[in-house]
Design a protein around this ligand. Sequence first.
Ligand code: TRP
Length: 335
Amino acid sequence: MLQDKKVLFSGMQATGNLTIGNYLGALQNWVKLSDEYECFYSVVDLHSITVRQDPAELRKRARKLLTLYIAAGLDPDKNCIYYQSHVSAHAELAWILNCFTYMGELNRMTQFKDKSSKHADNINAGLFTYPVLMAADILLYQADVVPVGIDQMQHLELTRDIAQRFNSVYGDVFTVPEPFIGKVGAKIMSLQDPAKKMSKSDENPNASVYLMDDPDTIMRKFKRAVTDSEGVVRYDEEKQPGICNLIDIYCACTGKTKEETEREFSGKGYGDFKTAVGTAVVDRLSPLQAKMADLEKNKDYIDQIIKQNAEKASYVATKTLRKVQKKVGFPERVR
Ligand code: TRP
């Protein structure tokens, strides 16, 4: 491992169909960061089973997500792209960190409150300790930075608290990670309700644009996107949240700024603007979709990446885990 680069860790769940929110908000930023940092990007399948999954479907989606990381431009020779479930250290460290996390802290997590009201029939202990597993993910790799969406900030704060708590008892064991929130596209909202985040699991099919949607579908969804009656393309979060979201999407796809976008569409109507946003998204996604199709044909190549990167991740993670086990007083392994 290169010692001079800082370490970055992030992960995504393979549940539901991925949306442009996942790509423009997260993956695209990951690609930009991948030169500057030593990166670990995990498909966090252990997290996924905190809600019931269809096994075949989960396996398929996890593979798709891992392939997508590569299709989006993360070089698997430089970035460690792997399945969380292939590195047992995650579960092992999570157990230890569970013993350093308070019920009260976990009770305050808004995602737990949300998810337990959505899945009232299955409020399992895993759902409750989900943030501890996330802390283990990050701390195992001694990550300096963690790119996350706003919705994960609370979990990251908890990770920092757990790391500091552990360090204060045992000395400097963990690097205390910093959040990294991207400037553009940190949060892409639903096309049907700009107060809600665009979600992989929205029941309204017009609310989300999926990464694998074809051009016609994409254009149709943007034409139907909810706007307002102001009639000007202007970034006004109070009065025009729908238009703000479309501007964010447009900027994330084209690299233009909000001001440039407002100027470009001054005097033009919503119809023109929606068509332009749709086209920008289609242009952005088509090379990605082509790359994805290519990679999916190449089974051996992907298999080899899965194997090699799991080994690399295990090597780094186990080093931290052994240190932690020693600190808390587990007997040393006889070699
Ligand atoms: N909880 C994150 C989410 O739902 C996914 C995740 C799991 C993660 N482990 C992580 C993100 C570690 C960043 C770092 O989006």
